[in-house]
Structure formats: structure tokens, C-alpha cells
Design a binder for this molecule. Structure first.
Ligand code: ZN
Length: 181
């Protein structure tokens, strides 16, 4: 049994090439999950009862074959999104870490590398507050929208770059410099 974060903030169960979403809490302490195809299109009625993270019972049959590639791709996409929003790593580093989990079938169900890199940047812009406090000056990555003043002027005036071991960041505006000198 594997679990990933669903788009809506709940959890999604991956089991045997099938994906399940939560339906409801059951009286006996189990949680009722149903095939995501039932939720999405009402085409499959398969259900499963889950206790905690690795116990289940009463699994019913699906009316479609399992899709291991899609399951794997979904898992990798969720891991990538999580790493994108919780680390300061460059997109390439995020992908190197998460793509090692990809199976051959999963690869076919994933977007292109360029699209995945674009998704990482988008996810970061949508969740700017999820970035952790950088431990070193190389880790520091300032989101694009936070490089400007409220008036829209460039405030990160100069950055010698993350590859510079003696990195220098200059925060000021052009107008500020003029006033000073
Ligand atoms: Zn199903």
C-alpha cells in the first residue's frame, strides 16, 4: 500500500496498479475508499476498507485492468511536487532525486522533462511560503515576485549567483543608489 497527497489535500491510496480516494469514515474505525474512476466517472464500483497506513480488508473487484504506469507516474509527480515546494534544489536536482523511482511504464505516463521542470517552477510560485529557511547562502533562492519592491521596482539589485562560493546579494533600488551617491 502506498499513499500520496491528493490534489484536494487528502490522501490517495495506490495499490496493485489501482488508485483509490477516500469516501467516508466507517463506524468500525476503518476508512472507506473507492476506486478513483468511480469518483471521476462512476464507471467502476470497486471499494476497499482501510485501517491506518498498511491494513485493509473487503477489497472488491474492479471492472478494468490495473494501470501500473499511471500509478507510478502519479506517485512520481506527487513526490516531485512535494520536493519542489519543500526544498530549494534546482529543478534538475529535484528531478534527479524523484525520477529514480520511475518504472518503464511510469516513464511513458509522465510529461516531458521540460514540462516537469516548468511544473516545478509553477508549483513554487503557487506555494512561495512552503520554502524552508536556507541553511547556506548557496541554498538561498529568492522567488521572482519577491525580488521587487511593492511598487514593482527591482530590489534584488545584484546577485553574483548560486555557484559563486563567495556569493554577494545586493538589495537596493536604482533610485536608492542615486539618492545615496
Ligand atoms: Zn476501478
Amino acid at each position: 500500500m502506498e499513499w500520496i497527497q491528493s490534489e484536494r489535500g487528502g490522501r490517495k491510496l495506490l495499490l496493485g496498479g489501482y488508485m483509490y480516494v477516500k469516501q467516508k469514515d466507517l463506524a468500525d474505525g476503518y476508512e472507506g475508499f473507492e476506486c478513483e474512476l468511480r469518483r471521476n466517472t462512476r464507471q467502476c464500483r470497486a471499494k476497499i476498507k482501510v485501517m491506518g497506513d498498511n491494513q485493509f480488508r473487503d477489497r472488491t473487484e474492479h471492472n478494468h485492468p490495473p494501470n501500473h504506469g499511471r500509478s507510478n507516474a502519479t506517485k512520481v509527480k506527487a513526490a516531485t511536487k512535494r520536493r519542489a515546494t519543500e526544498s530549494n534544489e534546482r529543478p534538475q536536482q529535484v528531478l534527479m532525486a524523484t525520477l529514480c523511482e520511475v518504472t518503464e511504464e511510469g516513464r511513458a505516463a509522465l510529461p516531458s522533462l521540460n514540462n516537469m521542470r516548468r511544473n516545478i517552477r509553477r508549483q513554487r510560485q503557487e506555494n512561495p511560503n512552503a520554502l524552508p529557511i536556507p541553511m547556506t547562502v548557496e541554498d538561498l533562492e529568492i522567488p521572482v515576485d519577491q525580488r521587487l519592491t511593492l511598487g514593482g521596482e527591482l530590489f534584488l539589485y545584484h546577485d553574483s549567483g548560486r555557484n559563486d562560493p563567495r556569493r554577494i546579494l545586493v538589495f537596493t533600488t536604482a533610485r536608492n543608489l542615486q539618492d545615496r551617491f
